[in-house]
Design a binder for this molecule. Structure first.
Ligand code: F6P
Length: 374
């Protein structure tokens, strides 16, 4: 009997989502005659039972489109904002799944979505997930779709900033997305020829960064490009964060834990303008004029790159085969030339940050890029 499958996209949008939806739909309808419905706006649409019928013709022409035709949201099943309160709406979602007689639910998303999908799997739903995010920080997969496109956009931005920084003899500090992982800033920084790259995995010293820029000045280069991850921190701030996190781990009683969490939230919020602060400090420390460019959501918009279309289509089509084989509770992961099923239980709560011995870090150091630590 042909299977009934639901599909949703959750978390921040990312180029390649439509290519993945198209891959899932075309392969599951074309190869196995499955019936597919899409839920709008992530887990919220699953809760509210807002659907769209997806057939091969519905997904034709979406391969090259950015965003997601289904819409997305950052809502979590167990903490859904309802009437000004956060409520656990998991059971309502289970009801929707049963109402449609679904055999499987496909969830496309980043680390948070893997966790939310696992939560639904534990409630008995047959879940398969696909890894997307421009941050490339989903554990268990070589690559997430969206990353390659964002890498291209950020690299292009650095290229453009180079000529204006050079002409005006300025420092340009460019903020690149990535709160917890520095893949994007590191990749685009190397590809775009940044002089300094600051990532969350390597706490930086302003003295080291300023000295790198002054050294360039002494050699006659009166401009510099500094690529900064959203989540990069100075050594002092990194220490304060580590202390705040340790306080949460140590808290035994619920109210203490809540208080420690609130303190961490407040501390993190105080770092909101850190790229601007870095820019001002560098201007003061080097005597060079400095400007800041925050790339923001530009990095998530627009047409997916060829590599992202290919990856999303590969993972999406493989997902259809896993559903047919009833391989559930898994993420379709990219591993070399293959797409493999990784149990969600093995990846939830983990994040793929840049390992300190990664070749990109060694490469950056080899070409004299300052990573803020030495
Ligand atoms: O998770 C992807 C991401 O683009 C991060 O790089 C960024 O920090 C965050 O989403 C921005 O989230 P929002 O779209 O909610 O502003």
């Amino acid at each position: 009997m042909a299977k009934y499958v639901g599909i949703l996209t959750a978390g921040g949008d990312s180029p390649g989502l439509n290519a993945a939806i198209r891959g899932v739909v075309k392969a599951s309808v074309g190869q196995y005659g499955m019936q597919i419905i899409g839920f709008r706006d992530g887990f919220r649409g699953l809760m509210q039972n807002r659907t769209i019928r997806l057939e091969s013709h519905t997904v034709s022409g979406i391969l090259t489109r950015g965003g997601t035709i289904l819409g997305t949201s950052r809502d979590k099943p167990h903490q859904m904002p309802v009437g000004g309160e956060k409520m656990d709406m998991t059971d309502v979602m289970v009801d929707t799944y049963e109402q449609h007689n679904l055999d499987a639910l496909v969830c496309l998303g980043g680390g948070g979505t893997q966790k939310n999908a696992y939560h639904l799997a534990q409630k008995g739903l047959n879940v398969v997930t696909l890894p997307k995010t421009i941050d490339n920080d989903v554990y268990g997969t070589d690559m997430t779709f969206g990353f390659d496109t964002a890498l291209g956009i950020a690299t292009d931005a650095i290229d453009r900033l180079h000529s204006t920084a050079h002409s005006h003899h300025r420092i340009i500090v460019v903020e690149i997305m990535g709160h917890n992982a520095g893949w994007l800033a590191l990749g685009a920084g190397i590809a775009g020829g940044a002089d300094v790259i600051l990532i969350p995995e390597i706490p930086y010293s302003m003295d080291v960064v300023a000295e790198k820029i002054r050294r360039r000045q002494r050699r006659g280069s009166n401009f510099s490009i500094v690529a900064v991850s959203e989540g990069a921190h100075s050594s002092e701030d990194a220490k304060a964060l580590a202390k705040a996190r340790a306080k949460i781990d140590k808290a035994e009683k619920k109210p203490d834990r809540k208080k420690a969490k609130a303190e961490l939230k407040e501390l993190s919020a105080s770092f909101k303008n850190h790229t601007l602060i870095v820019t001002e400090q560098l201007e003061a420390m080097t005597g060079l004029e400095a400007r800041v460019t925050i790339l923001g959501h530009l990095q998530r918009g627009g047409t997916p790159s060829a590599a992202d279309r290919l990856l999303a289509t590969r993972l999406g089509t493989r997902c259809a085969h896993f559903i047919q084989d009833e391989k559930y509770g898994v993420m379709v992961a990219d591993r070399g030339e293959r797409a493999v099923a990784v149990p969600l239980a093995d990846i939830v709560g983990k994040r793929k940050t840049v390992p300190l011995d990664h070749s990109w870090i060694a490469t950056a150091r080899d070409i004299g890029v300052c990573l803020g630590d030495e």
